[in-house]
Ligand binder design. Structure first.
Ligand SMILES: Nc1nc2c(ncn2[C@@H]2O[C@H](COP(=O)(O)OP(=O)(O)OP(=O)(O)O)[C@@H](O)[C@H]2O)c(=O)[nH]1
Ligand SMILES: [Mg+2]
Ligand SMILES: [Zn+2]
Length: 337
């Protein structure tokens, strides 16, 4: 995607927004520190972050009650799924005083290239795509790379299959069979016709899963089918662009009936891997692994070099040309940032 040149006014606006944000965050931490100093605090308790609105976080206690909390200034940025220690400061209000070490966390760089955690303590990433908007395979691959590099199990969910006739579905399944061949589970769903939902329920059991993918693919709609009582907003696709309109704006964690938790996150058009090196990205393409280190040149980029083991594997149909092309596009996009 070409880089957009910002006008002076736009840069000024962005800078102002960032300054205001910083000020707000500072104020909020000062309030939290003040509350701590005032000493009107309850006992230290364990809790989990279940929603995240700027400086305010919703903490769920062990009884399933929600408390609106601020955090101490010395804590890192907290996200959904984080286990924390908090103290009550009032009715349904509290302050978070420490973070329990994370088992895992998914992060992505923001527009400032700063790495921002998205969710913590997750053990499954459900990469959701839909026939409309057209499944973006580079985006799917980016998520798969991110999942591989953070050692969180990824699965692919193709939603809205009701939009396809039998032949179209077969063609898509054929196209995506490559993912199955490299070890990823692909689940086909429709929230309209209830296809694949029991398979998905099974997958969610006893796990903490995050739903990620482009806006409008139906992440919230899928989650709604598992937690019908939750107040989840689902959006319309824009008439003009056919793309989603970013209905979900905050990341929220929901509990399922079968001991699982699901995290709904806002759709993204692009999942940046700008913080990763090309070598790490190579490792995120699982099927490349047996051939790594076998190219003629140690610094082989797997594009035009002679005696490239990866290209040889492509010629022998052991690696898909489409995955190699996608890999090369992703690596190329790193140098543009
Ligand atoms: N035809 C069809 N439409 C669906 C299906 N699932 C969801 N939709 C529609 O797709 C649109 C977007 O759904 P959302 O659930 O808001 O999508 P989202 O991925 O959460 O989008 P963001 O929150 O913006 O990231 C809504 O109009 C849904 O009704 C499906 O299985 N089939
Ligand atoms: Mg949503
Ligand atoms: Zn090579």
């Amino acid at each position: 995607m070409p880089k957009r040149k910002l006008t002076r006014r736009q840069s000024w606006q962005i800078q102002k927004i960032q300054k205001d944000r910083l000020l707000r965050a500072k104020n909020q931490s000062t309030i939290a520190e003040q509350q701590l100093k005032n000493g009107t605090l309850g006992d230290e308790k364990i809790g989990q972050i279940v929603a995240h609105y700027g400086a305010n976080l919703d903490v769920e206690d062990e009884h399933g009650h929600i408390h609106h909390c601020l955090t101490r200034a010395n804590l890192p940025m907290l996200v959904c799924g984080d286990n924390i220690i908090w103290q009550a400061t009032g009715k349904q209000l509290g302050v978070i005083i420490s973070l329990v070490p994370r088992n895992s966390f998914l992060a992505r760089p923001d527009y400032n290239k700063q790495l921002k955690p998205v969710a913590a303590n997750i053990d499954q990433i459900l990469v959701v795509a839909a026939p409309k908007p057209v499944p973006d395979q580079d985006l799917i691959n980016r998520y798969l790379v991110a999942a591989e590099l953070t050692a969180i199990r990824p699965l692919i969910v193709i939603n809205k299959i009701d939009l396809l006739n039998k032949l179209e579905l077969q063609t898509l399944a054929q196209r995506l069979s490559l993912y199955k061949s490299i070890g990823y589970r692909v689940i086909y769903t429709s929230t309209k016709h209830h296809d694949g939902l029991s398979e998905l329920t099974d997958v969610l059991k006893k796990h903490t899963s995050i739903f990620v993918g482009q806006s409008g693919v139906g992440k919230s709609s899928l989650i709604k089918t598992f937690i019908p009582n939750a107040n989840i907003r689902v959006g319309e696709l824009s008439q003009a662009t056919g793309l989603g309109k970013h209905t979900t704006s905050v990341t929220v964690l929901y509990h399922t009936e079968n001991n699982g938790s699901i995290i709904d996150s806002p759709g993204v058009r692009e999942f940046g891997l700008g913080h990763e090196s090309p070598e790490r990205i190579t490792n995120g393409f699982v099927e490349f692994k047996p051939w790594l280190g076998q190219c003629k040149f140690k610094d082989c980029k797997h594009s035009n070099e002679p005696a490239c083991a990866i290209k040889l594997a492509v010629e022998q149909n052991l690696i898909s040309q489409r995955r190699l092309d996608s890999y090369l596009r992703i690596v190329k996009s790193l140098s543009r940032r």
